[in-house]
Design a binder for this molecule. Structure first.
Ligand code: UDP
Ligand code: MG
Length: 316
């Protein structure tokens, strides 16, 4: 039977969370009275997650394993879940139970009212370090300011997407993915539901600073040219300043002023501009690297095992 609801959870070393995740999702979804599926995408876990997913699938065939050949990252894992989902409404949820499965019922209620995207807004966050909270809060605010798409503040990937939405997103095969931005870009009727983000049930975060930074860079470069424009602004400011100051220096030298003899001022100007130029090159490099990744046209992920797909997947 074709499911009405698909729940997608990306899994990276979550052996301790998986059994409870299944129980809680099952408890919640059975209340809807509709057929559902739980797609567990194993993103190259090194612990027992893989076996646990397979045994859950043996016990309950509504659990559908998608097993990656290696770790491809959280956003790609969710993407694979979207590719394999069949439901009319698809819910993306973290496996560590920070997003309480009970909130899914509220998301579904809004979906039934006719919204195509119902995103969960973190009103409170429990059990996360101040560093994580501050960087996350800064991240959402910076993205909000410098991108063209309206990405709602303090929302993660915990959200419900209508089938229409999923079909469009499945056509967007960009390699460096920021799904929240992509779903805002698509549009349709969107609404937020606020919830209290719980502490992680077990294990530790799989998003160390390096991965957070990578996600932030992907978000910025995928939805904004702002960093490139900053380089241009800097160029104009530096050029403007030199046009103003060069005549001053020439005139003062001509009238015999000794003020500009030393090398310190030259050195400062050279070092400063050298720095600005290198940073600008780096920014260009970030964009060019991403263009290169797109041009290579590799598949987004490789699966070791996955359910049959109706509309054929991009890889074997
Ligand atoms: N995750 C993943 N691949 C990764 C990193 C994380 O599939 O490379 C999953 C992880 O198992 C969890 C979700 O993404 O279900 C969110 O990760 P986590 O809870 O560690 O992030 P945080 O809540 O600390 O931001
Ligand atoms: Mg988490």
């Amino acid at each position: 039977m074709k499911p009405v609801f698909s729940i997608i959870a990306p899994i990276y070393n979550e052996e301790d969370c998986l059994p409870l995740l299944y129980e809680r999702v099952k408890g919640v979804m059975d209340q809807t009275g509709e057929p559902w599926e739980l797609i567990l995408v194993d993103d190259g876990s090194r612990d027992k997650s893989n076996e646990i997913i397979l045994s859950l699938n043996k016990k309950d065939e509504r659990v559908k394993p998608v097993i990656f050949a290696r770790n491809f990252g959280h956003q790609i894992a969710v993407t694979a879940g979207l590719d394999y989902s069949q439901g009319d409404a698809v819910v993306v949820i973290d496996a560590d139970l920070q997003d309480p499965p009970e909130v899914i019922l509220e998301l579904i209620a809004k979906w039934r009212e006719g919204y195509e995207v119902v995103y969960a807004v973190r009103a409170e966050r429990e059990g996360e370090s101040w560093f994580k909270k501050i960087t996350a809060s800064m991240f959402y605010r910076i993205i909000f300011r410098i991108t063209d798409v309206n990405i709602p503040l303090d929302t993660g990937d915990f959200r419900l997407l209508d089938r229409k939405m999923v079909n469009v997103m499945n056509q967007m095969r960009e390699k460096h993915r920021f799904l929240r931005g992509m779903s805002s870009w698509v549009g349709f009727k969107q609404v937020g539901v606020s919830y209290k983000r719980a502490a992680r049930f077990a294990g530790s975060t799989k998003y160390p600073f390096k991965k957070m930074l990578k996600l932030a860079l992907n978000a910025i470069t995928s939805f904004s040219y702002f960093p490139l424009q900053v380089a241009t602004y800097f160029g104009f400011i530096a050029a403007g300043l030199s046009i103003l100051t060069i005549p001053v220096v020439i005139i003062m030298r001509a009238i015999g002023s000794q003020n500009f003899l030393g090398q310190a001022s030259t050195l400062i100007a050279v070092l400063f501009l050298g720095g600005v130029q290198l940073i600008s090159l780096g920014i260009l490099g970030e964009y060019i690297g991403r263009i290169y990744d797109e041009v290579k046209g590799r598949p987004l992920y490789v699966v070791r095992q996955a359910p049959e797909k109706e509309n054929s997947p991009e890889q074997a």
